[in-house]
Design a protein around this ligand. Structure first.
Ligand code: BV8
Ligand code: ZN
Length: 261
């Protein structure tokens, strides 16, 4: 009999007894699956929420190979602008708490849809970046990569041209309709199917195949914890729902886990 879902909007009223607590206490393998909401308190816009990036523009206008083929300058300038935003952002308490968890679980796999590199900046290791990274530009012809900052700085031309083959540079991210990087999703799915505890934080759970990781974890018997200011289409798969900002809820969740010993 599945215990009723636990709901908390403070992180201070999580239970100290019950089967959920036993599963959390015994968890040795954990996965953290993150989306743009995790970086909101680092000052970076989300995609679909109020004021989100897509509110002012449509994904199909900018984050697709067709958009880049149609108008490479606009797409490049949007990513160069987002890179400037990211360059000024720092990890928030949620990123840092997740990095701290590497010492608490036998294995912790961070899987992110974010391209901002903030998990790495917070000290997390082995992060699977499902949708690539804005830290690098990639030649759209020969795939040669260079740091985004260098590409932005070295060329007034937008997009800059590849020094090796003169192809147009593009951000090293995964656009809609593009395959995820070779093997990355498979590794994330493997970790999700073996997880005892699966934290989904700051994602609208609307983009696939990424969101499917939540379904894989739930189906495989992981304790699923959702941290989000709003419900998502997959909230029903969560055993615990923490309805609040990640920068508060994730540290509170960490304190709860510490108290469980
Ligand atoms: C693929 C690029 C195989 C980088 C992104 C037709 C043709 C082809 C494919 C499809 C198709 N129809 C559907 C698909 C699949 C498609 C898809 O899922 N579309 C959706 C829109 C329906 N997926 C793909 O195309 C993927 N590839 O399928 O390849 C294939 C190939 C060819 C043909 C067929 C199949 C590739 C998907 C990757 C797309 N690239 N980004 C960049 O610009 O960043 S996705 C984009 O959305 C972002 O990268 C982001 O990662 C992703 C998900 O968004 P979230 O991270 O969840 O952010 P969002 O704003 O949505 O939500 C924020 C959440 O945080 C909210 O819930 C909010 O409540 C919460 N929140 C806010 N504040 C806080 C908070 N939570 C906590 N604390 C807070 N403070
Ligand atoms: Zn090239």
């Amino acid at each position: 009999m599945r215990q009723a879902r636990i709901e908390s909007s403070t992180g201070l009223d999580l239970p100290t007894t019950g089967s959920m607590v036993e599963r959390a206490r015994a968890a040795r393998r954990a996965v953290v699956f993150s989306g743009a909401g995790l970086s909101k308190e680092s000052g970076l816009d989300t995609f679909r929420g109020p004021g989100g990036l897509w509110e002012r523009m449509r994904p199909e206008d900018l984050a697709t190979p067709q958009a880049f083929a149609r108008d490479p300058e606009t797409v490049w300038r949007w990513y160069a602008w987002r890179w400037q935003q990211v360059a000024g952002a720092t990890p928030n308490p949620a990123h840092r708490e997740i990095a701290r968890w590497e010492g608490r679980f036998e294995s912790l796999q961070v899987v992110t849809q974010n391209v901002d590199g903030l998990h790495l900046a917070a000290g997390s290791t082995g992060v699977l970046e499902l949708h690539g990274t804005i830290a690098f530009a990639r030649c759209s012809v020969c795939s040669r990569r260079e740091p985004m900052g260098e590409a932005v700085a070295r060329s007034a031309q937008e997009p800059p041209r590849c020094p090796a083959c003169s192809g147009c540079l593009r951000p090293d991210v995964v656009w809609f309709g593009e395959q995820l990087p070779e093997g990355v999703f498979e590794a994330a799915a493997e970790a999700s199917s073996a997880a005892h505890l699966f934290l989904t934080v700051g994602t609208s759970a609307t983009v696939y195949p990424a969101a499917g990781l939540i379904e894989i974890a739930a189906r495989s018997g992981a304790l699923v914890i959702e941290v989000n200011v709003e419900p998502t289409p997959l909230s029903d798969l969560a055993d615990v729902r923490m309805a609040g900002p990640a920068a508060e809820m994730v540290p509170a969740l960490g304190r709860w886990l510490d108290r469980l010993g």
